[in-house]
Design a protein around this ligand. Structure first.
Ligand SMILES: [Zn+2]
Length: 357
């Protein structure tokens, strides 16, 4: 079942950047590795989304691969906790961010017009119409931005239109939620003063301020200070999977109250009731979270936020080419045509219009 799909989160640029130029798969050619390239995106109906720029941990021993995190300790009951990553030096983060930005522009150039960096919703709508892939330049963790926020304005000029102040570690702006199961997301203090200034500047510029990876106190700081809809680009329901990365019912309600949106994350460890990252998982878990959220906050406030190229996908979904199977499963679960249009792309376009314009 094919619907045009706009997606809240992928790590495709990073997955390509981490490979040496000679060993890098081409974004334009169909591959068996990773989750997104242009042919597989086209097959699945994926016409655009948030392309995250994420700065990995500096020490090799602290770097992660899809579905596996180093420094993990587990307990007999099946719970786990990942040792929180150390903060990043600004110089390292900036150098890395520049390299990723250059690769992004190179891929856009090499695509021959098949992939386009987008800054407005009308550009996204045009991409949808023309069969061009729309790419939002998004920061997952703002370590490349200085406390004076000069870099924010520079990156904005380069096309950046969305950022999460933190990944799951701490920085000068905020405190990330740990990878921990079972755990409440209420871990650590809220936004710092610099984080509040960053939020105000994003509100003024019309840059989306993403809540996924932010801890709960930070979430409520944003809720009380922001003038934009609340958005979590790639998170699930804590009531169904008690990972600290997921959203409590109260947080979901707050997102609805601001006419915001949650992008459903396909990472099996954030979907399964037991919190385990097990390859042999089913996309029916995504449907379970969709149903729960729809019953709680309505289909105007749920969307998709795959985590493709950065997480472990359910075996029966596999990659972007498998998206029609997910849409079919949602239809089988009772979501009607109007719901599916909203979930697959319309909600994202509405929230981006409300945030950017
Ligand atoms: Zn993430």
């Amino acid at each position: 079942m094919n619907y045009p799909i706009f997606d809240g989160h992928n790590d495709t640029i990073l997955s390509l950047y981490l490979k040496k130029p000679g060993e890098r798969r081409s974004f334009s050619e169909k591959s068996d590795s990773g989750h997104i390239d242009l042919p597989r995106a086209r097959e699945g109906g994926l016409f655009g989304g948030f392309f995250a720029h994420f700065i990995p941990n500096q020490a090799k021993s602290e770097q992660l691969s899809p579905g596996s995190y180093p420094g993990t300790s587990s307990d007999a009951a099946g719970g786990y906790e990942v040792k929180k990553a150390v903060g990043l030096p600004y110089e390292y983060a900036t150098r890395f961010a520049m390299g990723m930005a250059n690769l992004m522009f190179e891929i856009e150039r090499d695509s021959g017009g098949e992939l386009k960096l987008v800054r407005t919703v009308s550009e996204i709508a045009q991409c949808m119409q023309d069969g061009v892939m729309a790419m939002i330049y998004h920061f997952e963790g703002a370590e490349m931005i200085d406390e004076d926020l000069n870099a924010l304005y520079l990156f904005y000029q380069a096309g950046m239109r969305s950022l999460g102040p933190v990944w799951s570690r701490d920085n000068i702006f905020a405190h990330g939620v740990p990878f921990k199961f079972p755990s409440s997301p209420d871990v650590g203090p809220g936004l710092t003063d610099a984080g509040k200034r960053l939020l105000r500047a994003c509100n003024e510029l019309g840059v989306l301020f993403d809540l996924s990876h932010l801890n709960e106190k930070g979430f409520w700081d944003v809720e009380s200070l922001s003038n934009a809809p609340l958005v979590a680009t790639h998170s699930n329901a804590h009531a169904l999977c008690q990972s600290a990365r997921n959203l409590t019912d109260k947080q979901l309600d707050a997102i609805r109250a601001t006419n915001g949106v949650v992008g459903l994350n396909y990472h099996v460890g954030f979907l399964r009731e037991d919190g385990k990252s097990v390859k042999d998982s089913s996309l029916s878990d995504i449907v379970r979270h969709a149903r729960y959220m729809a019953d709680r906050i309505g289909t105007d406030h749920i969307a998709l936020g795959s985590d493709f190229d950065g997480a472990m996908m359910p075996a029966d979904l596999k990659d972007a080419a498998g998206l029609p199977k997910l849409v079919q499963a949602l239809a089988d679960a009772g979501f009607d045509h109007g719901d599916l249009e909203k979930i697959t792309h319309k909600n994202w376009l509405r929230v981006l219009r409300d945030t950017w314009e």
